[in-house]
Ligand binder design. Structure first.
Ligand SMILES: [Zn+2]
Length: 465
């Protein structure tokens, strides 16, 4: 392992003002991908990133896609070394409601050790951490310890509609041994963290059909089964009083936390009362006997997302409705197979069908959970770099949600991925007054610079050398 190179750290320190200027310059380009009025700004932002990449010594170019272009830069002069693919995005969210901003969203404004501006942390600042770290390496040593590719997307905030196709089209540009994504936050200030698991997802629609049309409840009530009642019974049967999903086989492939993982979770600050208050619920609820963080990150769930049927207009309408529909979805973890879960739940729902109605269930998409083994050499390298950069060993956390490019890299490239983000939970991403703490930004640059050094031992193909 390389440890901290003091010259590298000094180079990062020396360039703080320059790096802050660079961030302000990038924030000043209103690259809102959701707004067609800003299409030119989006392209200008991409070109700016490419120009900056070339300036610091990457070989960079614009990669056209069916939509907003990608900024791509590479440095491939470390033969025999592994290749790291860095992902970030240069597009930003809209700024409404503009009147709630304390300073103009497209002027990086420094107050109280933070830089405010749209995209400051999501994700322009975190993209620049990599470019600044690369610049520091090249300034100090004239070379990088690994081969490196940087891809900066322009459509992340609108769901990456052209990203999968771009990965297929530019397969060579995306070829790598490991990917690093810097577009996430740490668990809390002073609690550096690495995200190593993302839950998978399956969804279904259940439809219960009764009489061919809405029928008069006075005439026919009592001789036909009500589809809404039948559907409610089915949905209610998908979770028991302990918060568990009673579908046989549902929990196959769900790993139990080992003792040290459980201790790690227990050590994280998490106040159930505060959390319940923030969510506006009288108390938290979930699978009995498990820590809320375990339930959010490392346990599967099944939820009803919507249910409708019958009459919901003003006044009353006395009918036995013709049909009722519900949307349900499950979040999956570990080795749960989404295709198998999809079928298990569908068969279970069909078996729950009561007499007198017809029940059908359709599914829509299946995303498998992603687990990056924490003993993977790239994760271990990131952990050492974070400890060096932030003075504390990171905790390993999960996220209940999915991250588009992470799923793409997993599905199309099969790459191990390191989610190394340094935002903070109160950064107000997607909201007015988005900010990036300068301490996080500057420590993040060093962390990334160390991370590249720590990866030098990684063998092409992903093992440790
Ligand atoms: Zn983002």
């Amino acid at each position: 392992m390389a440890g901290i190179d003091p010259e590298l750290a000094q180079a990062c320190d020396r360039h703080e003002a320059r790096n802050l200027e660079e961030l302000k310059r990038l924030i000043a380009i209103p690259s809102i991908s959701a707004d067609p009025e800003h299409r030119d700004d989006v392209r200008r932002c991409c070109e700016h990133v490419v120009a900056r990449m070339n300036e610091i010594g990457l070989s960079a170019r614009v990669l056209e896609t069916g939509g907003n272009p990608l900024a791509y830069g590479e440095w491939m002069h470390a033969p025999g070394k592994a290749t790291l693919l860095v992902y970030g995005h240069y597009d930003v969210q809209p700024v409404d409601p503009i009147e709630l901003w304390h300073s103009p969203p497209f002027e990086g404004t420094v107050r109280d050790g933070k830089i405010f501006g749209r995209g400051s942390v999501d994700d322009k600042g975190q993209v620049l951490m990599h470019l600044a770290a690369i610049a520091a390496h090249l300034a100090v040593r004239g070379r990088l310890p690994i081969n490196l590719k940087v891809v900066v997307e322009g459509e992340e905030e609108i769901g990456s509609p052209n990203f999968d196709a771009a990965v297929e089209r530019y397969r060579d540009a995306f070829a790598a041994d490991v990917a690093a994504i810097s577009d996430t936050a740490m668990y809390a200030q002073d609690v550096p963290s690495l995200t190593t698991s993302l839950r998978g997802l399956v969804h279904w629609e259940i439809r219960v059909d009764g009489p061919a049309q809405d029928t008069h409840s006075g005439y026919f009530g009592g001789i036909v089964r009500n589809p809404i009642e039948a559907l409610a019974t089915i949905v209610a049967a998908l979770k028991d009083d302990d918060g568990r999903v009673p579908v046989p086989g549902f929990y196959d492939g769900v790993p139990e936390l080992d003792e040290s993982q459980a201790a790690e979770l227990a050590a994280l600050a998490f106040d159930e009362t505060v959390e319940a208050e923030a969510l506006g619920v009288p108390q938290l609820w979930g699978e009995r006997g498990r820590h809320p963080l375990e339930r959010m990150w490392f346990r599967p769930t099944l939820e009803c997302n919507g249910i409708w049927g019958g009459y919901s207009g003003p006044g009353s309408k006395t009918i036995v409705p013709s049909f009722a529909t519900a949307k349900i979805s499950a979040r999956l973890v570990g080795e749960q197979d989404p295709v198998r879960v999809r079928d298990l739940v569908a068969r279970y729902v069909e078996r729950l069908a009561p007499a007198g109605v017809r029940v059908s269930i359709t599914d829509d998409g299946a995303v498998r959970p992603i687990v990056v083994p924490r003993d993977h050499p790239a994760v271990a390298a990131a952990a050492r770099a974070m400890e060096a950069g932030f003075g504390r060993a990171p905790v390993f956390i999960g996220t209940g949600g999915s991250i588009g490019p992470v799923a793409t890299f997993d599905r199309l490239l099969g790459l191990p991925q390191v989610l190394i983000g340094v935002g903070l939970p109160d950064d107000a991403i997607h909201a007015p007054n988005e900010k990036f703490s300068l301490r996080q930004f500057f420590d993040g640059i060093k962390t990334i610079a160390y991370f590249y050094d720590e990866l030098a031992g990684l063998r092409p193909g992903g093992g440790s050398g």
